[in-house]
Design a protein. Sequence first.
Lengths: 295, 344
Amino acid sequence: MSAAALSLTGPARDARVAGLLSRRRKLVDGLVKLLCIAATAMGLALLASILFTLLFRGVSALGLHVFTDITRPPGSNGGLLNAIVGSLVQTMVGAAIGTPIGLMVGTYLSEYARTSALGNAVRFVSDVLLSAPSILIGLFVYTILVEPFGGFSGIAGCVALAVIVVPIVVRTTEDMLRLIPTELREAAVAVGAPKWRVIVLICYRAALDGIATGVLLAVARVAGETAPLLFTSLGNLNWSLSMTQPMSSLPVTIYQYAGSAFDDWVDLAWAGALLITFGVLALNIVARVVLRPRA
Amino acid sequence: MKLISTALALTLAAFTATAQAQQITGAGATFPAPVYAKWGEAAKAAIGIELNYQAIGSGGGQNQIINRTVDFGASDAPVDAAKLEQNHLLQFPTVMGGVVPIVNLPGIDANKLKLPSELLAEIYLGKIVKWNDPKLVEANHGLPLPNLPIAPVYRADGSGTTFVFTSYLSAVSPDWKAQVGAATSVKWVAGNGAKGNDGVAATVKQVKGGIGYVEFAYATQNKLTTTQLRNKAGHFVAPTPAAFIAAANAGDWKGAANYAVNLIDTAAADAWPIVSPTFILLPTNPQDVTHSANVIRFFDFAYKNGGDIAKSLDYIALPAAVQDAVRSSWRSEIKGPDGAPVWK
């Protein structure tokens, strides 16, 4: 506060101080706003530059052969067909294994064990699993499915992805079911519906959009996972759909090709990165726009 | 729901699909992955064996074959004899390759800079910090060495390439051997780390005055600025396939236990001093005799027919005498449960 303001007395001094304070507040407000805008711009610029680089490098590498030919040695102009199909199969089977489990756990937490000690314990464990590094999940599946059975396999990759899907689906299912008003359940019970019917016919129906969004986001999350697949499905240079053999996947192929000496492998890595990014982006858009909860 | 049932149907279909009978799976070193992939393509057409080789790194290759999760492991660094014995593994070499220094010096072309070996060690020890250091100028008369700080770049990830490079520095510099030593990852004294050959190459490219080391194939494919090195015989040599072959021929293959031959800093007059074989690890007590036999058939095919393929990808094929020695090791050491050799 300046000396001039302090030399005044009475109401004039108060007005002067208020004026100075308000000017300072406005200044700080403006400054913070500017910082926020700068931070947002930086985040958006990063995202834009990632997408732009991907488009720039990926589109030029994209061709029909990427979708029709399998991975080949350097210089043979191979494609990514086995990796694309392998990724699709593992993601879908992983989601198919993980979704029902997550759905049932989420239902249990919301409908049967909202406040019980067991419910809280399950919720805590699920939340811990949600933030567990995915490489640990890969190692876990390695020790239970790869080492004892003497080999890497597609099914081990699916199980690893399923373990990642479960806690995501648990969280969204529980959150969505909790949003449903108790009155709705009471109304159903009042007309004589047993609890399971209330859950299946009333709660699930009301929360369907939210739960479906959760499943799609879980699929989007596991579609880009490399770490859990490195130790489980390993990767495969050849065409193989066998669940007991190593299976190829896009993220692992990108991981191995991106740093190689050969231009055609590096190009394929970019093409693969483009495919994954836009696949995941499309899933996110579908989840957010098409399945947006009706107001 | 529909999604789930479709996925389930797909799973069932995948489970019932029969696996290819002739598939063999290997994992390990990144360095030979391109040549193994190319050999695999040729072998599939010629002898019907489908190779799936995954480059997960030398350390991973050793662990996976010890755990018997793959048919064979691959490693750039040789495994010591006790560990091989304990885990019932046979080690044999497949191809050789060189490691080469790369630099970023304005106005200096590939293979013009001459690096006496002890100076390379001093650069990585942080003792020589400027490109116009009198010792470097003395070795490079007439070359416009700039007044730039030297920015050494090393592999931050564990790497067989680092093992080979630090083995070389240990061989030529007692200081390096005492202070740092040779391993797949070491405690670096000077410089900055980068991941993979590509990371090192990119960092060197960005920093004027940068120096790094990469596999020869990586340097050739990406037209990087390599340097000459002074070898044990005192000659400056450029990294060429001929210089690698000279080193390979100078190696004491017969005297090396488990084929762990040392091709670093050989005495041959025109040998490149940083050359190393890469190895395969194969169980001597295979659980699945057919798979084991197929792995051997594959590498036998690769020895016979893979030389040109290796050359086209800047790798060096094994001398014929070594190939024959490996063949007799296969016969004498790899036996099925009935005691009969797996491969005849």
